[in-house]
Design a protein around this ligand. Sequence first.
Ligand SMILES: NC(=O)C1=CN([C@@H]2O[C@H](COP(=O)(O)OP(=O)(O)OC[C@H]3O[C@@H](n4cnc5c(N)ncnc54)[C@H](O)[C@@H]3O)[C@@H](O)[C@H]2O)[C@@H](O)CC1
Ligand SMILES: Nc1ncnc2c1ncn2[C@@H]1O[C@H](COP(=O)(O)OP(=O)(O)OP(=O)(O)O)[C@@H](O)[C@H]1O
Length: 317
Amino acid sequence: MENTFQLVRNIIPPLSAKKFKGQDGRIGIVGGCQEYTGAPYFAAISALKVGADLSHVFCAREAAPVIKSYSPELIVHPVLSGWRVRGPEEVCGLCVDRAAYGRKQWTFQAVTRPFVCSGFGEVSIEPSKLLLSWGSPRAALCIELPAAQIMPFSDSPDAVHEVEKWLPRLHVLVIGPGLGRDDTLLENVKGILEASKARGIPIVVDADGLWLVTQQPALIQGYKNAVLTPNHMEFGRLHKAVLGGPVDSADQRATVLSLSQALGNVTVVRKGEHDMISDGQQGSALSWWPHSVPALSQGSVTSKPSRSTAAPPPPPT
Ligand SMILES: NC(=O)C1=CN([C@@H]2O[C@H](COP(=O)(O)OP(=O)(O)OC[C@H]3O[C@@H](n4cnc5c(N)ncnc54)[C@H](O)[C@@H]3O)[C@@H](O)[C@H]2O)[C@@H](O)CC1
Ligand SMILES: Nc1ncnc2c1ncn2[C@@H]1O[C@H](COP(=O)(O)OP(=O)(O)OP(=O)(O)O)[C@@H](O)[C@H]1O
């Protein structure tokens, strides 16, 4: 137990009057959808609790208000999905494209009877109505479409770009907690993963991020700045996808070592009764948490300590 506390102490940076906010870790979490908001929250908040300074969550639009309400400490970007609008009967066609997300400005074209309007302006989407307004503040035109059907969609064309512009400011990205398995949304995440790799950013892949990697192991193959944190089921699926067979339960450590090697020395942290970690060179078994405390047994929580222990240190700020 004393060893466990010492291990945790070692990864928490000491406070110093010389440091400014951000130097001890700027973390990005890519996760959170309509169904799952807890997992990205735990990943983001546990990063702060073990010493990181800033935690950003990049999530689906519907998850953002929920995650924000859990903690004012988190910076939440609702960028992984958007809205599609079908107008009421008197509107023959309506097309709304986000032009500059941060300013809430959209380009749109509404073909209504008896007129056609198009422009660049403010679009406010409420549960039962869509409000379009444009023009100068003095002569603004506004149409309200109370019967518009507003549906969430996951093929946000801007998602990769929206996350990519934050990448230079982040030290590490955690991909997957509570993402869900929507194919189109995972396609966005694939783009984010590739953009992060191109910049050499350390990546921790967990939960549905592992689902994506299991479908396409080449995405992570040979990227040594990656740490995968599979639980029992996720490890089994990944093992089958990469090594083509079931896990040999007689020698668990060897399976972690060989999976890491087969992935080109990507670090694998296999979670379970004893967490096992390998970088393809060597493997070891660890017991992170006191086993009598199940509340701590959250893979999403493990994601952050994984960064500090297994991923390379953050670049100097
Ligand atoms: N609070 C949240 O927002 C959470 C969201 N999550 C999301 O929930 C969705 C489904 O995740 P699941 O974890 O159910 O994934 P899976 O659909 O892979 O199911 C895993 C199954 O394996 C079982 N299992 C786990 N450990 C096992 C062990 N050692 N031996 C035998 N069986 C074992 C579990 O009971 C579960 O039925 C994902 O989209 C994920 O992102 C989960 O990560 C849990 C937390
Ligand atoms: N059988 C077990 N006995 C004791 N501790 C365990 C056991 N299984 C898991 N743990 C602990 O829980 C941690 C998370 O593992 P778990 O299998 O719950 O991952 P997970 O499913 O990804 O978690 P979550 O879905 O909650 O994010 C492990 O790192 C380990 O510390």
